[in-house]
Design a binder for this molecule. Sequence first.
Ligand SMILES: CC(=O)N[C@H]1[C@@H](OP(=O)(O)OP(=O)(O)OC[C@H]2O[C@@H](n3ccc(=O)[nH]c3=O)[C@H](O)[C@@H]2O)O[C@H](CO)[C@H](O)[C@@H]1O
Ligand SMILES: [Mn+2]
Length: 330
Amino acid sequence: MECGKKTFAKSILLICGVMAFYSFFRNGWSLQVWNPKYVIYCGTKRMLYPKPETLNPPRTDVLTITPWFAPIVWNGMYNSDILNAHFLQRGVRIGLTVFAIKKYTVFVKTFIETAEKFFMVGHRVNYYVYTDRPNDIPNITLAEGRQLVILNVPSYQRWQEVSMRRMEMIRDLSHQRFNKEVDYLVCVDVDMQFSDEVGVEILSDVFGTLHPGFYGSDRQSFTYERRPESQAFIPADEGDFYYAGGFFGGTIEEVYKLTDFCHNAMMTDKEHNIEAIWHDESYLNKYFLYHKPTKILSIEYLWDNSFGVPDLLKRRRFVAVPKNHEAIRN
Ligand SMILES: CC(=O)N[C@H]1[C@@H](OP(=O)(O)OP(=O)(O)OC[C@H]2O[C@@H](n3ccc(=O)[nH]c3=O)[C@H](O)[C@@H]2O)O[C@H](CO)[C@H](O)[C@@H]1O
Ligand SMILES: [Mn+2]
């Protein structure tokens, strides 16, 4: 009886050993599932995942695709292992532009420190920090493959103009510099922090982000520019989404086209002494109405905790840092 148990235990051990050896031989130290059919390679590492057709629609509580077939990025809709392998294979380089003019330099430290934890981890990243106060930009140790580029620029008196002029400054460097250094640009507000992963799932030819204050609102309540005299004008019966001014991007060429359009529209309005209600955001919304984004980031990518946390919001990846508007803008 004793002897039978021992033999049984030995056989189990032997079988496990052979399986472990075989698994290591084929896969190295990676987690293995016994279905070798669906494999991607990340370098030399084999990665396995279920066959896409076997998945039920991962989300049915939110809109995940637009009528022009652009994906809307929500948690649960994608596999970051597949995406990372794909973008690493392409050796993609990403530029993150951010403006810290006047007192907004206070946001830079948290912004970059949290980006190091959550933004495009494992990929090549250039931070482009536009500032009028280069001496106030802290020295932050960055991971390998990432660098900080400080761009010294003038400031403007009104905060609205500081915000709007970002379009011109991004446009100008797109053809002068960014096109030589990176493949994609991601353009964001600085008064923000990353609190969960923001990875290559966001990348596409040209992408915008749903504004957290207008998710699920009807068209009429979008705060588009409604005066027909403005270049940013959108009629009451048009418009797909209300996009946020604080998070857009795409390939260098597409970002060039977007920022060029917005800047020119602003300049035309300026000549006519008109400025759109929500500044750069209004012109961005106009652009996206007639140049549809090829991907849309959900409210996970731009949240403000003052709105609470709705059920459909499974991750808060990039959130507003509370600020005293009066104090910081003057
Ligand atoms: C999260 C989001 O969608 N934010 C948008 C929203 O307001 P916000 O209230 O978030 O605007 P804001 O005060 O953050 O200004 C926009 C950005 O301009 C820069 N800045 C501004 C003032 C200044 O003195 N120094 C400086 O550096 C800074 O990068 C800041 O993040 O509407 C703005 C236009 O009204 C812009 O479209 C913002 O992108
Ligand atoms: Mn902001």
